[in-house]
Design a protein around this ligand. Structure first.
Ligand SMILES: Cc1ncc(COP(=O)(O)O)c(C=O)c1O
Length: 369
């Protein structure tokens, strides 16, 4: 039987093994394990890559969103517009500062928040919009920034899934007033554990984030506010700094695999392939299709040795965690339909391109035999 994993970091890590082994030795001997020079060097490198002046390393992507919203002084009584179809962490960032997530449906083709629907969700309590570059595709940031400007709202991009994607050539994570990014191991740029960062062009917001991630302290043992312990480990920063220069090349490998999926799957009527929005690029964090009989297809593929995942089976508004907001099934039908039909196919840099044909042949066999 075939065995096609959903994701593997093995090809990348074997390519970098010599460099990473040398780093471990240096790190072990460095006597500096949290924040410090290694973290500062990565922050500078990521800011340069991401076209922002500031980057502040934190412990994970959820904390990055939390800290970004806190830096904007968003809290209880405030509302933040979020996509109805996203990973729950986008909503949790909003909840963690005590604000209320207000869902807006995606464009039914690109699956990213629909700029044309945002205005209707704005109330006197709305303070910010959180676009999420879902699955690796940049949101239509121009129209989103226009709505925000018209209503004097802040923008916090959730850039957990789209390192290197762009709208009209400008990178995701560089549009918002302050933005969050995750470097969870499976992300396009992934650490060897939890890691994240905020990116911003505003030095005052970056200073706040630096203080808030470190117990609310600028000067050791003197605390300006009750902050978090959300510091980036030096070992994760070091690994990320080794991987960053090859991110663009790895994104290109993802794009080649995605093109191969398009070539093999375009004529199957029972599935819908991703649509790229106007002026947007996609870095293929995930290759997601919408499939008729999704659950049966997933089971069939598993029987053939092909691993797939569902991102995500239940939208945040229907999660028990958000029962108190009182949403009912049917209120966000686009998100609900996506949750019923979406299926993520195997794709990772270094995946043998022949795997794509095997996955496509199995999908074809499911629908046509
Ligand atoms: C869209 C989105 N936002 C936020 C996060 C949170 O990142 P982390 O897992 O690093 O906390 C994730 C991570 O999976 C994500 O996919």
């Amino acid at each position: 039987m075939m065995s096609i994993p959903f994701f593997s970091s093995a090809p990348l890590h074997s390519a970098l093994k010599v460099e990473i082994d040398a780093f471990w030795q240096r790190f072990y001997d460095s006597n500096w394990y949290v924040l410090g020079p290694e973290v500062e060097a990565f922050e500078q490198a990521y800011a340069d890559f991401n076209q922002t002046t500031c980057c502040v390393g934190v412990a994970n992507g959820l904390d990055a969103l939390h800290i970004a919203l806190k830096a904007l002084d968003i809290g209880p009584g405030d509302e933040v517009i979020v996509p109805s179809n996203t990973y729950i962490a986008s909503w949790l960032g909003v909840s963690q500062v005590g604000a209320k997530p207000v869902p807006v449906e995606p464009n039914p083709h690109t699956w990213n928040i629909d700029p044309a629907r945002i205005e209707a969700a704005i109330t006197p309590r709305t303070k910010a919009i959180m676009p999420v570059h879902l699955y690796g595709q940049a949101c239509e940031m121009g129209p989103i920034m226009d709505v925000a400007d018209r209503h004097q709202l802040r923008v916090v991009e959730d850039n957990a899934q789209a390192h290197g994607a762009a709208w009209r050539g400008k990178l995701t994570g560089s549009f918002g007033h302050i933005n969050g990014v995750s470097f969870y191991p499976t992300k396009n740029l992934g650490a060897l554990g939890d890691a994240g960062a905020v990116t911003t062009d505003d030095p005052a917001l970056a200073d706040f984030a630096r203080m808030y991630r470190n117990y609310g302290s600028k000067e050791r043992y003197f605390n300006e506010m009750p902050g978090l312990n959300s510091r980036l480990d030096a070992c994760q920063a070091g690994i990320l700094r080794i991987k960053l220069p090859i991110l663009t090349q790895w994104n290109q490998m993802r794009a080649e695999l995605a093109q191969e999926y398009f070539a093999h799957l375009a004529d199957i009527e029972s599935i819908v392939l991703p649509t790229i929005g106007k002026d947007c690029t996609h870095v293929w964090h995930l290759f997601v299709i919408l499939a008729e009989q999704r659950d049966a297809l997933k089971t069939y593929l598993a029987e053939q040795g092909i691993a797939t995942l569902i991102h995500y089976p239940l939208p945040p508004h229907l999660q028990e965690a958000y029962a108190a907001l009182g949403f009912q099934p049917g209120q966000f039908p686009i998100a609900e339909e996506l949750a019923q039909k979406c299926l993520s196919l195997p794709l990772y840099p270094g995946m043998p391109i022949a795997h794509v044909a095997s996955v496509a042949a199995a999908i074809r066999a499911f629908y046509f035999s």
